[in-house]
Design a protein. Structure first.
Length: 194
């Protein structure tokens, strides 16, 4: 994987452990020559990982919608900043640039983007690995909800298994490199063609 999208909060949160893990992930990406594609902000977790990578001469591409570009939000000291017209076109642009996706702690936007990546994989539109770095058990309740969706018949286990999870960077990246997208069923292929 040459470039990975990282979805994370525009807030730093209340616990220093999340910021520290973002710093470690940024350093790991630089060490392994993996480029970062992210939301383009200079604040919160987004700013932390981008700053870490730029300090170590890593490649950082930000993709930000025009409505968020104002000077307080857009990071102007990164390798490249792409400005899109809308949030939707931002997602398409990120998708074109990356080989996989990782979620760090964040809010609605992080969940929206990671679940869209999973949905594209479920439908066979993309075949890229999608991972959660589950620092400090941040996503434990979300993962339990996904298991409930399987138990109640709203999510297939094979689709649940598409989401790669680890609480360590090295293990998560190893899982992403080893990922093989599930074969799509004929039913899903027919729906996609409609």
């Amino acid at each position: 994987m040459k470039k990975i999208a990282v979805f994370c909060g525009s807030s730093i949160g209340f616990n220093e452990v999340y910021k520290n893990e973002a710093i470690k992930l940024g350093a790991y990406f630089v060490e392994k020559n993996i480029g970062l594609v992210y939301g383009g902000g200079k604040i919160g977790m987004m700013g932390v990982i981008a700053d870490t990578m730029m300090e170590k001469n890593g490649q950082v591409i930000g993709v930000i919608p025009h409505l968020l570009k104002h000077e307080e939000v857009a990071h102007n000291n990164i390798s490249k900043l792409i400005v899109t017209k809308t949030m939707s076109t931002r997602k398409v642009e990120i998708s074109k640039l990356v080989d996989g996706y990782i979620a760090l702690p964040g809010g609605f936007g992080t969940l929206d983007e990671i679940f869209e990546a999973l949905t594209l994989g479920q439908l066979g539109i993309e075949r890229k690995p999608v991972g959660i770095l589950n620092t400090n058990g941040f996503y434990n309740h979300l993962l339990k909800q996904l298991d409930t969706m399987v138990t109640e018949g709203y999510l297939k286990q094979s689709n649940r298994d598409m989401l790669l999870v680890s609480n360590t960077i090295e293990t998560l990246i190893s899982k992403m490199f080893a990922y093989k997208a599930p074969k799509q069923t004929k039913v899903i292929n027919k729906v996609v063609r409609l």
